[in-house]
Design a protein around this ligand. Structure first.
Ligand SMILES: [Zn+2]
Length: 260
């Protein structure tokens, strides 16, 4: 069984695919500022790299097909910083719905929306539920970095909590970029990029649950980055990528075996 990109298939090959048991990944990236140390392409770069990493480690009893990456996502919270490009949430929803409907019309009935940018998650979750109810297919929406919950890379001092408030361009993303694309990282600009509590207080926003108060990234840190990029390195990047792919493989097994 294989993992393949939709656009690599030949049209005649679609007739041979067991569409009922094939899992479709719909990758949603973003083109948005990632601070002074990472390129605007970071979420797109990470998406491409993670899909390739998954392909290299692929082992499964069923086929998985990735659709072409939706390169521009919903990034309004980064719009104060030059270079960020964003679709409106309704346009992103409509694009993804239109493509999904065509995929469903070919006979596929299992779709996972995978984001490399947190801001796409709400749109993906809405669409996921809509497709589930409108077409009766199996859908899920997630984000690569969600698989890092409760994960602690090694060796790391127990006093360091690298994933605490690792919101944007911080420990995880910088480690992944150092592992996959070291030449794209401006290392001398890496910093601790901690949440600016005084700024949060002054502006009255909040990231705390259960009642977060709507924030834009500049409300949390003036540099538009939140997370301990200073703790990042290549080795952690490889560990993080491997851990995510292990967890994702387990998730996709469970998803594939679900019945609707
Ligand atoms: Zn990012």
């Amino acid at each position: 069984m294989s993992f393949i990109f939709w656009q690599s298939l030949k049209t005649a090959e679609f007739a041979e695919i067991d569409k009922k048991d094939t899992v479709i990944i719909y990758p949603l990236a973003a083109i948005e500022q990632h601070g002074p140390h990472l390129p605007i392409s970071t979420d797109f770069d990470i998406m491409q790299a993670m899909l390739s990493h998954y392909k290299r480690h692929f082992s499964s009893n069923y086929d998985v097909i990735s659709l072409p990456i939706q390169q521009i996502g919903y990034s309004v919270e980064h719009s104060k910083y030059a270079g960020s490009l964003s679709l409106s949430p309704d346009l992103l929803y409509q694009i993804c719905k239109s493509i999904s409907e065509q995929v469903i019309a070919y006979g596929f009935n299992k779709i996972i929306f995978m984001s490399s940018h947190g801001g796409n998650s709400e749109v993906a979750a809405l669409l996921s539920r809509q497709l589930r109810c409108e077409f009766g297919i199996l859908t899920a929406s997630t984000n690569w970095l969600r698989f890092l919950q409760n994960y602690q890379p090694k060796p790391m001092d127990d006093n360091n909590l690298p994933f605490e408030h690792d919101i944007h361009g911080g420990f995880a993303e910088t480690s992944l970029m150092l592992y996959f694309y070291e030449h794209l990282v401006t290392k001398e600009n890496i910093d601790a990029f901690e949440i600016n509590d005084a700024l949060i207080k002054q502006r009255g926003v909040s990231i705390s649950r259960p009642m977060p108060i709507g924030w834009a990234i500049e409300d949390l840190n003036e540099k538009g980055v939140v997370g301990r990029a200073d703790l990042a390195n290549k080795n952690f990047g490889l560990q993080i990528a491997d851990h995510i792919i292990d967890e994702f493989t387990n998730f996709i097994d469970h998803f594939q075996n679900s019945n609707i």
